[in-house]
Design a protein around this ligand. Sequence first.
Ligand code: GDP
Length: 196
Amino acid sequence: SWSSSDSVISTDSAGEEAEPGRPYRVVLLGASGVGKTAFASILAGAADSMDSDDCELCGDEVCEKEIEVDGEPATLALLDTWDIDDDQWAQERYMQTGDAYLLLYSVTDRASFLRASELRITLRRVRPAQHTPIILVGNKCDLVRRREVSVSEGRACAAVFDCKFIETSAAMQHNVWEAFHGIVRQLRLRRDSKEA
Ligand code: GDP
């Protein structure tokens, strides 16, 4: 499955200005089990298959989809890092290819929240460009009684990280599209400020 995504990985324009019409590359980052596959499935329109075992996307780390945000089309190429969580080198290569990042943790798993902090620090090192659109995403907010990370902790963390924050539930399809739309809006803001 690694080689299938090689063409995307090796595109060496990461971090450069997008040629017109090139999809925005959005990288899903986060500990294993936080809901990255579920996010990708929702974007891909396969939201019914919450069981990642029969998810069509498995083995294909890239999902490309055109969506409409504020009346304007945007194409997102979503890169999922699900099976390279332990491979530092692969993860850093993925990180370098992104235009924007969804940094996921599970509100039911404090370790995944700490992992998100580590990933943010790594991201700052491998992708030092300023104003890189990043949203810290606290997923699984439907699991109220299993919550280990409060909303205010998430928000405070995002403030320290200098990124946006949203809580989502991929299971309930709550705020997932808001996260995708938010990342497109940030990418456009950045594009518009460069054109100005
Ligand atoms: P990944 O390892 O980050 O790709 O995580 P997955 O997308 O495979 O999700 C791991 C498990 O959590 C799966 O059983 C999902 O069905 C479940 N899951 C993902 N998002 C949510 C959510 O928002 N709420 C609940 N209750 N379960 C979720």
